[in-house]
Design a protein around this ligand. Structure first.
Ligand SMILES: [Zn+2]
Length: 309
């Protein structure tokens, strides 16, 4: 039966060959793939390659090789191969999707910087507040001591005034105490002014910290608004197949690992895999996992398609 189908294909190759060579080869290969799944590798080549992604062709081909291995290592089958004349065209297309990813990545580093400076400000504020509290407490003690000594001095002066006489020795001691109290009073007043200034500066710091927090919150909200639609589907890439050919378009990836997962996912579609219901799987509808290996549900799916045990 398989022999018959092969003969049929050869005949159709000859008939279609007159019409269009490219679409013919494609039809032939697609049909071969369908009837003899996984019997010959799918040959792929690079198509459109937009350099705005900031990845070299060499790296991209390396990532494709890594994506291949995700399916080939566990099955032991040569499923995909790079060939400059390959039938499956893989395109790297820069559009709003990658633009959004790039924007998000730059917003992310802005937010990180914002968070860093917010944390720095907060730490600085806490340190200054602690030092201010210590100074305030020292001030209170010093003021209390001053008031005690001032009270004693005044009581003594009042007493000697009442007596009407005072020895030169006592007069000297009281004068020395008065001078000390005057000096200490100035120092305490200065300290009070300093502490007031510190309070003003601490309040300014709080205002600055609050403003930073608001900016950060706004940034986070904006980030979430922009990133929300991205999580709605595996829209970083698409596999399409029509009589003109098989193509994989990659629209977006945030890093090398995500790109390899997108490529492995779309290569999976190229071989005939559908989505599976396992959020860790390569063939899950969302590219949310960071798992770089085919899961059991991936393997069950590819074994079914390749008709192997
Ligand atoms: Zn998909």
């Amino acid at each position: 039966m398989k022999k018959l189908i092969e003969i049929f294909f050869i005949i159709s190759v000859i008939i279609l060959g007159i019409i269009n060579r490219d679409s013919l080869i494609n039809n032939w290969q697609r049909a071969f793939q369908q009837y003899f799944p996984c019997k010959q590798p799918i040959y792929y080549r690079l198509g459109t390659f937009d350099t705005r992604f900031g990845i070299s062709k060499e790296q991209f081909i390396k990532d494709l090789a890594s994506a291949e291995k995700i399916w080939e290592d566990p099955t032991g089958i040569d499923l995909f191969e790079y060939s400059p004349s390959g039938n499956l065209k893989i395109n790297l297309i820069y559009d709003s999707r990658q633009l959004t990813t790039d924007e998000l990545s730059s917003m992310n580093s802005t937010l990180d910087n914002g968070k860093e400076s917010y944390d720095k400000l907060t730490t600085e504020y806490k340190q200054q507040q602690a030092s201010h509290d210590q100074k305030s407490s020292d001030f209170e003690t010093r003021l209390a001591n001053f008031n005690v000594r001032k009270g004693n001095y005044e009581a003594e002066v009042a007493m000697y005034n009442k007596q009407g006489t005072v020895s030169a020795e006592i007069k000297n001691r009281l004068n020395t105490e008065r001078d000390y109290l005057n000096t200490e009073s100035s120092a305490i007043n200065q300290l009070h002014t300093d502490l007031d200034n510190e309070v003003t500066s601490l309040n300014a710091m709080i205002a600055n910290i609050n403003q930073n927090a608001n900016t950060l919150n706004m940034g986070v909200n904006q980030y979430n608004t922009i990133s929300a639609p991205l999580s709605e589907g595996f829209n970083e890439g698409i596999y399409k197949s029509d009589p003109k050919g098989q193509e994989i378009d990659v629209y977006q990836f945030s890093d090398d690992k995500k790109l390899i997962r997108v490529l492995a996912h779309e290569l999976g579609h190229a071989i005939g895999l559908e989505h599976v219901n396992d959020s860790e799987a390569i063939m899950y509808k969302l590219n949310t996992s960071t798992n770089m290996n085919a899961t059991k549900s991936d393997l069950d799916a590819i074994k079914a398609v390749c008709k192997i045990k």
